[in-house]
Design a protein around this ligand. Structure first.
Ligand code: C2E
Ligand code: MG
Ligand code: MG
Ligand code: MG
Length: 282
């Protein structure tokens, strides 16, 4: 009886494994087709100057809309893309779309508004990444200073020497560098200081606690201070309330992003948002 039970557990296990690998196969096949059918687009979320409320840039966020109109969130398809090797062509597509958006912004008179793109560490291992970026930008007549490279704190820290070297090359090629989701990645301050980053993005979990708990509030406070000391621009993510914005302003945090100012939107909506406002000239 024990043997039969063991056997049936084994069969369950095998079936489970098969289902799991089938699921992964289906997902990566779907993603492959999505990429080739232009189902992957970007949405732009405004980044604002907290003091004036002026839009100072945008973050490009990947969006997958299936043929039936349903949306697959990036928290689902980015890990799949990373696991099956599609992140490199997907990343290329995002950068291409960001450059198209930058060219459209320039043509609409907003040539000084940068766009940030999220980059996976798997894209950084390709030694030709900076040249590839430069070629894409050149094709659209866009300056590297307009394309900010966002890398999460946790991935900037894994294999920090190799990533650090690539980030340094990107920085010296003129790309601004942002450390994303800062405060969640347990990096040492020594490594952070060595990263050639220009912006520190305060993770939204710390912003969410503003007006609630004291402990986390202290963390947000500390990150803002840390960025200032390291001569980085600090940008708070996930700002949803006036209270949070005011608290951040009092702490001299210069920039923010979040639903309070605007959700990620398609390029035409982002352009309409800018209409009637003077092009930012910083
Ligand atoms: P992230 O780079 O930290 O992007 C910010 C996320 O917070 C976005 O989620 C955005 O829609 C959401 N968000 C913005 N404002 C608010 C707010 O006020 N409240 C709340 N609760 N959320 C807000 P999204 O678009 O679902 O993206 C999730 C993550 O997926 C991103 O986090 C990023 O790590 C990753 N991702 C998105 N696009 C790409 C991409 O093109 N490449 C790579 N490698 N990763 C990407
Ligand atoms: Mg980001
Ligand atoms: Mg983030
Ligand atoms: Mg994130």
């Amino acid at each position: 009886r024990a043997r039969t039970q063991g056997m049936s557990q084994w069969v369950d296990y095998e079936n489970g494994m098969e289902r799991e690998s089938n699921r992964r196969f289906t997902q990566s096949r779907d993603l492959y087709h999505a990429l080739h059918n232009n189902e992957i687009r970007i949405a732009l979320q405004p980044q604002v100057d907290l003091a004036s409320g002026a839009v100072i840039g945008a973050e490009a966020l990947a969006r997958w809309t299936r043929a039936d109109g349903s949306q697959v969130p990036p928290s689902e398809f980015i890990p799949i893309a990373e696991a099956c090797g599609l992140i490199v062509p997907l990343g290329r597509q995002i950068i291409e779309l960001a450059c198209q958006a930058l060219a459209a912004l320039r043509d609409a008179g907003h040539s000084r508004l940068p766009i940030a793109v999220n980059v996976s560490p798997l894209q950084l291992v390709h030694r030709s990444f900076p040249q590839e970026l430069a070629a894409t930008l050149a094709r659209h007549g866009v300056d590297p200073a307009m394309l900010e490279i966002e890398i999460t704190e946790s991935s900037a820290m894994e294999d920090h020497l190799a990533n650090g070297e690539m980030l340094a090359r990107l920085r010296s090629a003129g790309f601004p560098i942002a450390i994303d989701d800062f405060g969640t990645g347990y990096s040492s301050l020594g490594h952070l200081r060595q990263l050639p980053a220009t912006t520190l993005k305060v993770d939204r979990c710390f912003v969410a606690e503003i007006g609630k708990t004291h402990n986390r509030l202290a963390i947000a406070d500390m990150i803002v201070l840390l960025g200032q000391r390291l001569n980085m621009r600090v940008l708070a993510e996930g700002v949803e309330t006036r209270e949070q914005a005011e608290w951040l302003m009092q702490r001299q945090c210069p920039a923010a992003q979040g639903y309070l100012f605007g959700a990620p939107e398609a390029l035409p909506a982002f352009l309409r948002r800018l209409e009637g406002r003077p092009a930012h000239t910083a």
